[in-house]
Design a protein around this ligand. Structure first.
Ligand code: HEM
Ligand SMILES: *[C@@H]1O[C@H](CO)[C@@H](O)[C@H](O)[C@H]1NC(C)=O
Ligand SMILES: *[C@@H]1O[C@H](CO)[C@@H](O)[C@H](O)[C@H]1NC(C)=O
Length: 322
């Protein structure tokens, strides 16, 4: 009896181990090797396309990272941000936080076309966004993380959710904390995810007020940026979110905040004598801690309300419902 119990225990343990080895890391219903049988090369197809896009234009890495964020924060990571408007359908591309600034769709189209020819109807657009975001950060010298897959694509999009769920550049610290808390993130996770602004660019129109009306801005930093962002005109002129190292994913963003050189009002809110200051100092002095927390928060972001199983669909064209 005792020996059959321990043998059963042994079998259960062995089964559990095999299961874990076979299916790898799972997170919710998503898993690391979701496409192992159905599209074994999907990771290398995406990595190659992202590396090539980033080597022709470094900013594209930032744009791809942002696409995944703007997908996930609006009714979950379901590829909704990719849907084009047409005469009978309104998507998310014209929402305030997206209009005139969201980009990278052609890279996603290129990846989708390659994957459709290798494994038709298998890899979702939402998973392409998740994989591309990680590859983009790695391509710009940032951390990697245990990305998981198995998301499916929405058949709907929400302009109003895109307008209300994505935080704006004028946000206060408490506004930032509450918009991330609405998605289940702690203040520290919000501070780590904001480190995404270590790469990429913003338009004058979103930081003009900061240059001329904020009093917690470094005077020499403001003077450097003002010629390219005058009090009127030049709305679409770009400046790097991290002037110290615009195309390297690192912790200089946090050091900029300590020098009062955050580009967006919302960035500088993280270091303005409030409750976020200590965490900003931690990340400014310890890049490894930032990288670890950032990776963990990205995994969590990628798990926001995915469609799985038979919900949704796998779009064959990321811009259009099948
Ligand atoms: C904390 C609240 C956040 C606010 C208020 C915010 C706001 C903004 C704004 C206003 C821009 C410039 C857009 C324009 O030119 O109109 C921007 C760019 C960017 N954001 Fe955020 N963002 C936030 C969090 C995040 C997060 C969590 C990520 C990624 C996980 C992210 C990734 C990026 C990237 C990479 C860019 C540059 C994109 C490019 O160059 O194409 N942001 N953000
Ligand atoms: C302003 O920026 C310069 C250059 O980064 C820096 O040396 C200086 O300490 C900053 N001033 C303040 C008040 O943070
Ligand atoms: C408009 O877009 C929707 C959503 O992608 C799609 O279902 C519909 O077929 C499109 N209509 C036209 C005329 O392309």
């Amino acid at each position: 009896m005792a020996s059959s119990t321990s043998s059963l225990l042994f079998k259960l343990t062995a089964f559990t181990l095999c299961f874990w080895v076979l299916f790898g890391t799972t997170s919710g219903q998503l898993s690391a090797n979701f496409y192992a049988k159905t599209c074994p090369n999907f990771r290398s197809v995406i990595t190659r396309a992202v590396n090539s896009a980033v080597s022709s234009e470094a900013r594209m890495g930032a744009s791809l990272l942002r696409l995944h964020f703007h997908d996930c924060f609006v009714n979950g990571c379901d590829g909704s941000v990719l849907l084009d408007d047409n005469s009978t359908f309104t998507g998310e591309k014209t929402a305030g936080p997206n209009s005139g600034s969201i980009r990278g769709f052609n890279v996603i189209d290129t990846i989708k076309t390659q994957l459709e020819s290798q494994c038709p109807g298998v890899v979702s657009c939402a998973d392409i966004l998740a994989a591309a975001a990680r590859d983009a950060v790695v391509a710009l010298s940032g951390p990697s993380w245990g990305a998981v897959f198995g998301r499916r694509d929405s058949t709907t999009a929400s302009l109003s959710a895109a307008n209300s769920n994505l935080p704006g550049p004028g946000s206060s610290l408490s506004g930032l904390i509450s918009s991330f808390s609405n998605k289940g993130f702690t203040a520290n996770e919000m501070i780590a995810l904001s480190g995404s602004h270590s790469i990429g660019q913003a338009r004058c129109t979103v930081f003009r007020n900061r240059l001329y009306n904020d009093n917690n801005i470094n005077a020499s930093f403001a003077a450097t940026l003002q010629p390219n962002c005058p009090t009127s005109g030049g709305d679409n002129n770009l400046s790097p979110l991290d002037l110290a190292s615009p195309t390297t994913f690192d912790n200089k963003y946090y050091n900029n905040l300590i020098s009062q050189s955050g580009l967006l009002h919302s960035d500088q809110e993280l270091f303005n004598g409030g409750s976020a200051d200590a965490q900003v100092r931690t990340y400014a002095s310890n890049q490894a801690t930032f990288f670890r927390d950032f990776g963990n928060a990205m995994v969590k972001m990628g798990n926001l309300s995915p469609l799985t199983g038979s919900s949704g669909q796998v779009r064959t064209n990321c811009r259009k419902v099948n």
